[in-house]
Design a protein around this ligand. Structure first.
Ligand code: SF4
Length: 279
């Protein structure tokens, strides 16, 4: 069902509502036709069930998914709920499912998708608050469970740098720039089987800390991530790696955690054997 546009108040003295609208104004309207956009609508105060609702959005050059959401909110339904902040691909808060794939809304050009119909839905495996707005609480709870926070090895009063050319830094660097957008989490098939699985983002962060010589909680963290819902659940399908907009590989980080657990286990066993054999 296509939605009727709402009557738009006169905004002649206001700035255009979005970059898309600015381009639309420049190009003289929707001469290029319309995109068919379906958006997941859910309002717990109206109905316990969500549904997809179709909208027509002008084909505007370089229009992004975020532009589309802003357009629908301004022209069809001001109650449409979604989240965004920086609009620059820095904060990651606008991440939604676009035709089944988690993507940053602000950096996803519709033209580049190469499809005629766009379906926008909330991130998978997170509770929906309203429409495409999700609650990240379970996502961040798993950071706490995985102990994915820095625990200083010792009290310091001065900065403790790690040399940028050191082996340690080179091991950490490829997994460091996570902005907690949740795209990897929503792409992970294991979360569909085990809702308590810690997920790629929390495990990725845990790995960077396990490799950090300044951290003092290696044993506790490896115990936390090596549990029933931890890294051993990962089947290395690389879904998270494929969708990460920052080009990180949580899969490789999870493999690193598995190696660290095995190495520590071997060291412990070999240490206790040699202690037993000592005269
Ligand atoms: Fe987003 Fe990548 Fe971090 Fe996952 S690892 S939360 S996809 S930036």
């Amino acid at each position: 069902m296509a939605n009727e546009p709402i009557r738009e108040p006169t905004r002649s003295l206001e700035a255009p509502a979005s970059a898309a609208e600015a381009r639309q104004a420049e190009s003289g309207g929707a001469a290029g036709g319309f995109w068919s956009v379906e958006v997941y609508r859910y309002d717990p105060e109206q109905s316990p069930q969500g549904h997809m609702l179709a909208y027509q959005v002008p084909r505007i050059e370089k229009i992004t998914i975020l532009d589309v959401l802003v357009y629908i909110q301004r022209h069809y339904d001001r109650s449409l709920a979604f989240r965004y902040a920086c609009r620059l691909g820095m904060c990651g808060t606008c991440t939604v499912m676009v035709n089944g794939v988690p993507r940053w809304a602000c950096r996803t050009s519709i033209e580049r998708l190469g499809v005629d119909t766009i379906r926008i839905a909330p991130l998978r495996f997170l509770p929906v608050v309203k429409d495409v707005l999700v609650d990240y609480e379970p996502f961040f709870t798993k950071y706490r469970v995985a102990q994915s926070y820095f625990v200083p090895r010792e009290e310091r009063t001065e900065v403790a740098p790690i040399s940028p050319v050191s082996r340690e830094r080179r091991a950490i660097d490829p997994n460091l720039e996570c902005i907690t957008c949740g795209a990897c989490y929503a792409s992970c098939t294991m979360l569909g089987h085990d809702a308590e699985y810690l997920g790629p983002a929390a495990l990725n962060r845990a790995y960077t800390l396990v490799r950090d010589s300044r951290d003092g909680a290696r044993h506790e963290r490896l115990t936390a991530v090596g549990g029933e819902h931890g890294c051993w659940r990962c089947h290395s399908l690389f879904n998270c790696t494929e969708v990460c907009p920052k080009h990180l590989s949580p899969t490789r980080a999870i493999q690193g955690l598995k190696r660290a657990i095995v190495l520590d286990w071997l060291r412990e066993r070999l240490g206790s054997l040699s202690r037993k054999e000592a005269p």
